[in-house]
Design a protein. Structure first.
Length: 227
């Protein structure tokens, strides 16, 4: 990376500290800093109940991990076939009154899901999940989504973490990758510095507030953030 880009990258890294980054999916309990699997189960049950309330037939389900991650002897692999993406698009389109949000563990499907999120106003994309959580994949997904989607249809971070240390490390990695992408876009003239900071704040903070109804604690007052 050329020296001007390094300077811009550091400038962007500093700018990311001027607002909080929301974490819309974590297993960390604020009181105990431990896993809270029961809450995840309840949230999943609530999502399915919302589908039923909207008129979803009992037998219809959003494709689950069996369609998105191929089972292997000890874990799973990253796989998302086109049939699953098509099934998802049909369900999202059928229930326009419900909001859907995708976590993606397969980078090759990012372009397909971006096109769906452009056409389906109740679909948004969030973060970089599981097999996607590596610098190269994160950088590619960030760049593609910034080119293809408005900022209010994407959330730039979630940790899926089970402890605060894990959450912090993931936040740091995503921030570094975001700073690199923004610096590159400034260097080619796609963004100004002001534009880049505004975009980062939108997908790290504003979109979580708008799409997920998250709000910071009243005690959290940082530069540029009103609570």
């Amino acid at each position: 990376m050329a020296l001007p880009n390094l300077i811009l990258t550091h400038e962007m890294e500093d700018a990311l500290h001027t607002f909080p980054r929301m974490d819309p999916h974590t297993h960390v309990d604020a009181a105990h800093a431990g896993a809270r699997g029961r809450d995840d189960i309840l949230l999943d049950h609530m999502a399915v109940s919302d589908l039923y309330a909207a008129g979803c037939p009992t037998g219809e389900r959003v494709p689950d991990n069996r369609d998105a991650a191929e089972a292997l002897p000890y874990e799973s692999g990253s796989r998302l076939n086109q049939r699953t993406i098509g099934h998802l698009a049909e369900i999202v389109a059928r229930y326009p009154g419900l909001r859907f949000q995708c976590f993606l563990a397969s980078r090759h499907a990012n372009q397909s899901l971006c096109t769906l999120a452009r056409e389906l106003p109740n679909l948004s994309l969030a973060g970089y999940w599981w097999h996607n959580f590596f610098p190269g994949a994160i950088r590619q997904v960030i760049e593609e989504r910034l080119d293809m989607l408005p900022v209010n249809r994407q959330i730039g971070f979630f940790s899926d973490a089970y402890c605060v240390e894990w959450s912090y490390a993931k936040k740091k990695l995503v921030g570094n990758m975001m700073a690199e992408v923004l610096a590159a876009k400034i260097e080619i003239g796609q963004y100004s510095v002001v534009d880049a900071v505004s975009v980062a704040r939108s997908i790290f903070y504003d979109s979580s507030v708008e799409l997920r109804g998250m709000t910071p604690r009243e005690s959290l007052t940082l530069k540029g953030v009103q609570t």
